[in-house]
Design a protein around this ligand. Structure first.
Ligand code: SAH
Length: 393
């Protein structure tokens, strides 16, 4: 007894982790389930496959009992579900990181306003349009404009840019990911031609949200923004980080329940990656396996969702993004930002693809997708059955 608690202490010291409430404890300890536990787990995965939801206790059972061995069953069911709606197609989106100025204080993020080790930059609308042109020639038909919350980008400035982009190309989609704005602002941007908006809810646990953000940021406002975006008619993306400091399995269950309720068109799921210049320095990062399990569960809960295989997964492991395709993801977002700025958009460290040109990223990603038995799809890649609301609907 004494020996086993000593071993536990040694193990947790070794990993530098929280004592109680390990997320996915069995994955971390690499133990296996009894036959009965395994049967129950597989039954729940099958139930999720059939009914697309579970209740709170069952989600918790799935997370508490998920082992590496059993995760392959989950991944295969999630893959089947993805194949049903999307086949083996992977939609490509050209990602432009437009600015790393940010007035927000997300404690995990390497470009929050407090971080003074990062060199700040922002792209002008002409530079953004130029990146989109280059991306268009590489075959992309969706452009994702992501950035910190930078007041430089007023509604008028963005509206003008959106008009120019949409005037030039009728066959493109524009996704914005510029954080929390007013409903009026979201409406103006939608009317000017923005199609989709990514705003991860980050965590559906109020406790965890408050732990990861300063008091001037609001858990409720993030949700209000997501509801507003949906009401306006955007294809909306929520999502969360996996393995953030103090996150428990109960918190992850909240994410699954919230996602079902929100019913977004896109869900970004990626590991938390610790950045040493933030106030959360010194914490463990999330793991690949935990993140893949969450991708697969989201695929089963929201079968038609557009699920990106995130760059953060590729940062954790050389084939992290490919593994996500096998666990239900169906979107990839190659970087088309100007090469000289990529390293500066350091939301986490050791980000991949920061030295490649846009053309190199395009080739690299295509090769990876093909090597893992998928095909690229260069269409606009809307959510299955989605129809855009017109201004006066
Ligand atoms: N300002 C925009 C875009 C933020 S960056 C917004 O508020 O939505 C996009 C996403 O990167 C964030 O939503 C967050 O989930 C993720 N991110 C930020 N820092 C991270 C980190 N250290 N590790 C992993 N993901 C991180």
């Amino acid at each position: 007894m004494l020996q086993s608690s000593f071993l536990m202490l040694w193990y947790s010291k070794l990993r530098g982790v929280r004592h109680m409430n390990y997320i996915f404890p069995k994955l971390k300890k690499n133990s296996s389930n009894t036959v009965t536990e395994q049967e129950k787990l597989h039954d729940l995965i099958n139930e999720l496959y059939e009914h697309e939801q579970l209740d709170r206790e069952d989600y918790l059972y799935v997370l508490n009992n998920m082992t590496e061995e059993d995760s392959s069953y989950l991944f295969s069911r999630a893959f089947e579900k993805k194949e049903f709606y999307y086949g083996n197609k992977v939609y490509l989106r050209g990602l432009i990181e437009i600015s790393n100025y940010c007035k927000m204080g997300c404690k995990y993020c390497g470009i929050n306003y407090k971080v003074d080790t990062v060199e700040r930059y922002r792209l002008t609308k002409d530079e953004i349009i130029h990146c989109c042109e280059e991306g268009y020639h590489l075959g992309y038909r969706t452009f994702v404009l992501q950035g910190g919350e930078d007041s430089f980008y007023t509604d008028d400035y963005l509206v003008e840019m959106l008009h120019s982009l949409k005037l030039k190309h009728k066959d493109i989609r524009i996704t914005l990911s510029l954080g929390e704005r007013s409903k009026e602002s979201y409406q103006k941007l939608y009317d000017a031609g923005a199609d989709r908006y990514l705003l991860r809810h980050e965590t559906a646990s109020r406790r965890l949200y408050n732990h990861l953000h300063p008091s001037f940021m609001s858990f409720d406002n993030r949700r209000v923004c997501l509801n507003n975006l949906k009401e306006i008619g955007y294809q909306v993306g929520g999502g969360m980080m996996i393995g953030s400091p103090t996150q428990t399995n109960e918190d992850l269950v909240e994410d699954l329940l919230y996602l079902k309720e929100l019913n977004p068109h896109m869900v970004g799921v990626g590991p938390y990656l610790c950045h040493s210049d933030t106030e959360l320095r010194g914490n463990d990062s999330g793991t690949l396996l935990e993140s893949l399990v969450m991708v697969a569960l989201v695929r089963l809960i929201l079968p038609k969702a557009l699920l990106p295989s995130t760059t953060a997964l590729g940062t954790l492991s050389a084939i992290g993004r490919e593994k996500a395709l096998k666990a239900g993801a169906n979107v990839m977002m190659p970087n088309i930002s100007p090469s000289e700025n990529r390293i500066k958009y350091e939301i986490y460290q050791n980000k991949i693809c920061t030295t490649d040109t846009s053309g190199q990223c395009r080739n690299c990603i295509e090769g990876r997708i093909i090597a893992f038995d998928h095909e690229i799809d260069l269409g606009v890649g809307d959510y299955v059955g989605f129809e855009r609301k017109n201004r006066h609907d």
